[in-house]
Design a protein around this ligand. Structure first.
Ligand code: GLV
Ligand code: MN
Ligand code: MN
Ligand code: MN
Length: 395
């Protein structure tokens, strides 16, 4: 808890509540500096890779390393635990091993991923997608933040070489196995009455940008019957998203962000952008959900005299974490439960390339991506103890 307390003042969002810590902006840079200082204090050797992910090595960097970590960035107005809990727990677990006199016989590192939430440039798990090649460097460099700054410029400003962004086999090949400890983001552990679980799977998920186009016009001079108002069409589209997902059990669809153009009280908008997040258990089901949503949205938008385009911004296949690793973890931890999750994680991206696993720590509110996200001190300690035990057997 002391580790989390040290960063409790960084990136607070007075307007939204909670934290807004976005890639390479002031709060994120402050957290990166904090992490580096914290890691060096326990004797770890820190380096930043070509994509802005931070590595802190315990002992010599090397191949087949046991790597643990998470991320420090947040969603807009996010909680204190999503990401930082895994980073702080990794530091703590290694400090405990050191204090006990344990000497690792295998390379070991903490890895802090860049822009896990995609809050600045729109693509979640940016650092791990770049490392693994799941996101092409050209596409990444051209991504633009809400202020119109390209990722290439932001990277250069943060001291990285934009030309070096992209697939990083050297880094990837050093990871023998990745473990991410994370606050649980639903109520699975509340219902089970347990403090810690091992992850079983992650839903397939994607993000799409919907642009609804109508006719911009004067709010006072345009009769109601003469309007082609994209905001009204977008509102109906949101209802269609909700109805479609509600009719397909287990699927989830959300519109959490909109941009009204030009955005004046006395102006009928000319267009509205809305971002759709859709998820389901399998890739096929998620694609089917998107197909149905697209058809429903096109229909209601047309009824309002508007048009819509749907562009995929990112996609992540469903993940089933390595069953062998999971069984091994359950054995070491004494029969902890397995939990599926609806949230995406860098460990899910890495799972396509290296054996990966996750530990979840109970969240007594069952709420996440919100300031109400929480974990008790006792449960955080249970999480660190579990991670320490795993590292002890793996190293
Ligand atoms: C990230 O936390 C996501 O699941 O969107
Ligand atoms: Mn998150
Ligand atoms: Mn997270
Ligand atoms: Mn996440």
């Amino acid at each position: 808890m002391a580790g989390l307390d040290e960063i409790a003042g960084t990136g607070r969002d007075a307007h939204r509540g909670g934290y807004s810590r976005h890639l390479w902006q002031a709060a994120d840079l402050e957290l990166r500096a904090w992490f580096i200082e914290r890691a060096e204090r326990i004797g770890l050797a820190v380096e930043t890779d070509r994509n802005g992910n931070i590595w802190a090595w315990w002992g010599e960097p090397g191949a087949d390393a046991v790597v643990t970590g998470s991320h420090l960035d947040s969603v807009p107005g996010g909680g204190a635990f999503d990401g930082p809990l895994g980073v702080v727990s990794s530091l703590d677990a290694i400090a405990r091993l050191q204090a006990s006199g344990f000497v690792p016989s295998r390379a070991c590192a903490i890895l802090v991923f860049a822009e896990e939430e995609g809050s600045r440039f729109g693509i979640a798990c940016l650092g791990s997608r770049l490392m693994t090649g799941a996101l092409h460097a050209d596409r990444a460099r051209a991504l633009v933040d809400p202020d119109g700054i390209t990722l290439a410029d932001a990277a250069a400003h943060a001291g990285l070489d934009p030309a070096s962004l992209g697939t990083d086999r050297q880094s990837l090949e050093r990871i023998g196995l990745f473990v991410e400890l994370h606050v649980e983001q639903g109520r699975g552990l509340i219902d089970l009455g347990e403090p810690v679980a091992v992850a079983s799977s992650i839903l397939a998920h994607g993000r799409w940008r919907l642009t609804v186009t109508g006719q911009g016009n004067h709010a006072g001079a345009t009769l109601m019957a003469d309007r082609r108002d994209p905001m009204v069409a977008a509102a109906r589209a949101v209802l269609a998203v909700q109805d479609t997902a509600a009719a397909r059990p287990g699927t989830r669809a959300t519109v959490g962000r909109m941009n009204i153009v030009p955005g004046g009280t006395n102006v009928i908008p000319s267009s509205v952008q809305a971002w759709l997040d859709a998820r389901a258990e399998t890739d096929e089901e998620t694609r089917a959900l998107l197909g149905e949503i697209t058809a429903a949205v096109e229909a209601v938008v047309a009824e309002n005299g508007c048009s819509v385009s749907v562009v995929e911004e990112s996609w992540a296949d469903a993940v089933h974490f390595d069953p062998e690793l999971r069984d091994r973890f359950s054995a070491v931890l004494g029969d902890v439960p397995s939990l599926a999750t609806g949230a995406g994680h860098d460990s899910g991206v890495l799972a396509a390339s290296v054996p990966s696993a996750m530990l979840f720590v109970r969240n007594p509110t069952g709420i996440s991506h919100s300031p109400e996200e929480f974990a008790s001190a006792d449960d955080c300690v249970a999480g660190v103890e579990a991670l320490e035990k795993l590292l002890r057997t793996l190293l």
